[in-house]
Design a protein around this ligand. Structure first.
Ligand code: HEC
Ligand code: HEC
Ligand code: HEC
Ligand code: HEC
Ligand code: HEC
Length: 497
């Protein structure tokens, strides 16, 4: 068997070109197998290795395979002999007996061809699989995707593949994403991409085909109690508790019970925004039970004649734009770490100084790591020298936690700093829910989309010194109501006219 193969290789190496082809094919094949073993056993894990293993070597194998017949053809032209004559010259009579198609040479070619087709089929299938893996998407173009990869790994979707949200199912989606990916490779190589990568993502599949594969919109029930702890900037970092009863129910049609009503099967909301960021709405429409749509128009912006261009159907991602690439607010990041006991609140002014340390403008990550350490250590050395000497461990571990917060959220190589990717859940000023729920968007009868402070959540505790406890339901309703009236007025005062 082996000698037959060797004779065969010798037989077809008629000139330099075909010899090059054979050398290329066999050496790439051997290297491919070695790399496969190395990746399989975990010796090699780098995404570039995968790219080489799956793109480069199979391509070289194919190039080699093509060179062999080209070489033969040149040989035929140069010597003026027919293929039959060349074969007769290169192979002995035994190998060529019983005609061309019945011969051993022909069978060897047939077997090798079948083997090659199978092999390349499996390799390209493995390549597609590999390139769909989150590890590849997240690390192949390291500095470009590292913010998305970092935030993804810390999110509730760390086990959901990138392609499950970004590509969706079906052959069309696959081809589209490969074309897109090719363009991305070119733009990364030629440095044509924007920093930070612009959002919203226009090619994202409709949520009905992605998010709703796992989360069923009609199955959100009741209220979810959410307590937000914040620490004041005083010497004790005194905690304050705000508790919200998030009304996450979906209800149906006219039976509206909460926030996920927007995405219940029979509801449709669509809008056009002034800018591509989807921050300011021109108009918002809701489908009506009897058919047709009700439109709310923004009093501030005159409607343009060519406005019908970019109508967007409102879906999960219009609110949950940060369900996976979760960037934190600096104050909330500090609050959360104190609450988890990772930052030691017994250090004076910890909440304030921690915040100052991470929001300073640093030129790059290394400067930031030093800057954060110097800020915190310097503050305690200058103002609390005794404490700085006794609480070295607490200060050091706080420095590390703050450096982690910085590294997770700030990515100087992509121009990502605090607030580069704001979340739409909640309402800071006129963002998030208040993009639509505000007094400026009105229908024909001058009614606005409701914005009452307890429409989306009850407020059983607001910046209170004690954690919220259920007393009696009468008591909560009462407190809720008082708080609500006061805050509602404050909100309306922020809209002059
Ligand atoms: C659970 C769904 C989901 C998964 C999994 C996911 N993404 Fe995203 N991705 C999103 C959404 C939603 C957006 C923001 C869309 C918007 O605002 O228009 C986004 C945005 C992005 C952006 C644009 C920058 C930004 O932050 O807005 C990039 C780049 C990106 N994702 C890459 C990745 C990579 C790489 C992975 C895997 C490591 C991944 N995504 C996994 C849902 C997902
Ligand atoms: C492959 C399944 C899958 C897909 C697709 C998916 N998710 Fe999730 N999602 C999960 C899982 C699993 C969790 C984690 C649940 C947990 O940790 O309790 C989760 C958690 C969440 C949470 C956080 C819930 C919480 O308690 O904080 C939100 C919000 C969310 N998903 C929204 C989305 C959105 C929006 C999309 C589409 C862009 C999406 N998901 C796509 C499976 C999925
Ligand atoms: C109008 C804005 C909005 C839309 C649209 C929306 N959500 Fe939500 N969703 C919220 C808010 C607000 C919460 C509560 C967040 C909290 O408690 O911190 C929430 C909570 C969730 C949770 C956690 C639920 C739980 O039981 O704790 C999941 C999962 C989720 N949404 C998924 C989705 C999916 C999937 C879609 C699309 C089918 C969707 N959401 C559409 C605003 C929205
Ligand atoms: C794109 C615009 C838009 C955004 C953004 C938006 N909503 Fe809405 N929402 C609407 C419209 C339109 C209605 C229905 C108004 C009507 O009754 O005609 C509605 C209705 C609701 C209702 C049901 C009100 C009722 O009548 O009982 C709740 C609750 C709600 N939204 C919560 C939220 C929350 C929470 C957010 C932010 C996380 C949010 N919405 C963001 C447009 C929006
Ligand atoms: C259209 C729905 C909606 C309306 C109307 C609304 N809220 Fe909210 N509110 C939210 C959502 C969603 C969050 C975010 C909850 C989270 O952090 O997950 C939130 C968060 C908050 C928070 C916590 C902020 C923090 O520290 O994270 C407070 C306080 C609050 N709302 C008060 C109010 C007040 C006061 C009003 C009336 C002026 C109001 N809300 C009206 C949806 C709404």
């Amino acid at each position: 068997m082996f000698t037959r193969f060797k004779n065969f290789l010798y037989g077809i190496s008629v000139n330099r070109l075909s010899r090059l082809g054979i050398a290329l094919t066999t050496s790439s094949f051997i290297l491919f197998i070695i790399m496969q073993l190395a990746m399989f056993t975990g010796i090699l894990v780098n995404a570039y290795v995968g790219l080489i293993a799956y793109l480069l070597f199979p391509s070289l194998i194919i190039i080699g395979l093509v060179l062999i017949p080209i070489g033969l053809n040149f040989h035929k032209r140069d010597t003026g002999r027919t293929i039959k004559e060349i074969l007769k010259e290169r192979f002995n009579a035994v190998e060529l007996e019983s005609g061309v198609t019945g011969s051993k040479v022909f069978r060897t070619i047939l077997i090798l061809t079948i083997f090659n087709i199978l092999f390349l089929g499996i390799a390209s299938n493995r390549m597609l699989n590999y390139m769909d893996g989150s590890h590849f998407c997240g690390t192949a173009c390291h500095s470009v995707m590292s913010p998305e990869w970092t935030t993804y790994q810390a999110s509730p979707h760390a086990r959901v593949k990138c392609v499950e949200c970004h590509v969706g199912e079906g052959a069309g989606a696959l081809i589209n994403s490969k074309l897109n990916g090719t363009w991305q490779m070119i733009s990364v190589t030629l440095d044509l991409f924007e920093r930070p990568i612009p959002t919203p993502v226009h090619q994202l599949r409709p949520a009905r085909e992605t998010c709703e594969k796992c989360h069923w919109p009609d199955k959100f029930y009741g209220n979810r109690l959410k307590t937000i702890v914040s620490y004041q900037r005083d010497s004790l970092s005194t905690p304050e508790y705000t508790t919200l009863g998030m009304k996450i129910d979906s209800g149906t049609g006219t039976d509206r019970r909460g926030i996920h009503w927007h995405v219940a099967q029979e509801n449709e909301i669509r809008y056009i925004s002034v800018d591509d960021e989807r921050e300011k709405m021109l108009w918002v429409e809701v489908n009506q039970p009897g058919g047709g749509y009700k439109r709310y128009t923004n009093k501030e912006y005159p409607v343009q004649p060519d406005e019908n261009k970019n109508i967007r159907n409102f879906d999960c991602v219009d609110c949950h734009n940060r369900a996976t690439h979760v960037y934190e607010d600096p104050q909330k990041a500090v609050n959360e770490r104190i609450n988890l006991g990772l930052l030691d609140r017994s250090l004076p002014y910890l909440s304030r100084e921690a915040l100052h340390a991470i929001i300073k403008n640093y030129p790059d990550s290394n400067a930031a790591m030093d800057g954060i350490a110097n800020h915190l250590r310097g503050f305690y050395k200058r103002n609390y020298p005794k404490l700085a000497a006794t609480k070295i461990a607490a200060i050091d571990s706080s420095v590390h936690i703050l450096q982690d917060i910085y590294n997770r959220n700030i990515h100087p190589q992509m121009n990502i700093s605090w607030g580069s990717y704001p979340s739409h859940i909640g309402h800071k000023g006129e963002s998030g829910c208040f993009r639509c729920h505000n007094p400026r968007l009105v229908d024909d009868e001058n009614n606005s989309i409701p914005y009452d402070c307890v429409l989306c959540h009850s407020i059983p505790a607001y910046e209170s010194s004690e954690p919220f406890k259920f007393l009696s339901s009468a008591d909560t309703t009462d407190r809720d109501y008082m708080m609500h009236r006061y805050l509602q007025q404050e909100f309306l005062d922020s809209y002059p006219d």
